[in-house]
Design a protein around this ligand. Sequence first.
Ligand SMILES: *[C@@H]1O[C@H](CO)[C@@H](O)[C@H](O)[C@H]1NC(C)=O
Length: 311
Amino acid sequence: MGMGGVGQDVALQRGYQDRWTSIPVAMLRRSRGGGAASASADPVHSSSPSLFPTPYWYPQLRWVFVITPTHRRFTQRLDLVRLGNTLGHVDNVYWVLVEDSARRSHKVDRWLNASMVQHWAHLWRPTRGRWQVRGAQQRNHGIAQLRQMINEETDQALRKAYQDGVVYFADDDNAYDVALFDQIRQVRSLGAWPVGLCGGHFVQRCIVDPGTGKIVDYIAWNARNRKFPIDMAGFGAHVRHFLSPDSPEDVPMFNVSSMSGQLESDFIDGFGIPLAEIEPLGDNCTKVNVWHVRTAVENFTRYSFDELFDV
Ligand SMILES: *[C@@H]1O[C@H](CO)[C@@H](O)[C@H](O)[C@H]1NC(C)=O
């Protein structure tokens, strides 16, 4: 069963699918010049249920699987709008949006269906247990569903393309340049790049030895006490690391009880790749294509803000 299942039923009910009976204009407009989405490549049609809502994809272009945990708050739609507007411009992006919620929220569902994001799955998973790292269970749920979707894909060409994709964990409150996705597509096994305005630094980044071209150090928050001082937004991994159908428990997963500040480091440790073997991307860790933003507002959560306003 495809991940789009639930959203798909809803979309069909509401007739949203009608929008995609021809190739959307957004897909024909190429992303910025020089990107991997070359102007000569045409999209192909697939009837796979996983390709929801747009039944077209680009065989020449690697897939990027974007896993995003999200939770209800005053700025949720604001943040989702900004991320969705970026993703809507990028071809062969598969967005796995996982709500921290016991049920699908109508607001998020309504917004997703109206968004221009070409391929998405809407999942939900409430955080269980105390002292859990926020978003960890949702990211793990996204990984598990992605593995299932790819391993069960029946369109052989699409499955093969999925199996060469890259996984990226995009939190919903950052700002992303569309150029980041071309950078993510360069990942061969595990790649890292700079993140702007992160952890008390203008730029949190890897340091590359000009002689060897390898990562030798990091300028980052608490770099001395983290084995891999890399932010959630600052790395991508080949999807093959997550696909082992025989022993899913052996694939890298987020530790829901990681110590404060150690979530990414613990997770990256699970790949078994030494720091010096991580691929430095973003022009040898000098080009910033993603920034922390932190839409800071008063905490309205105890008010029923989304009953008062459609926000
Ligand atoms: C990165 O650094 C290596 C080693 O100095 C160099 O060979 C390579 O051209 C650099 N790449 C970019 C994109 O700047």
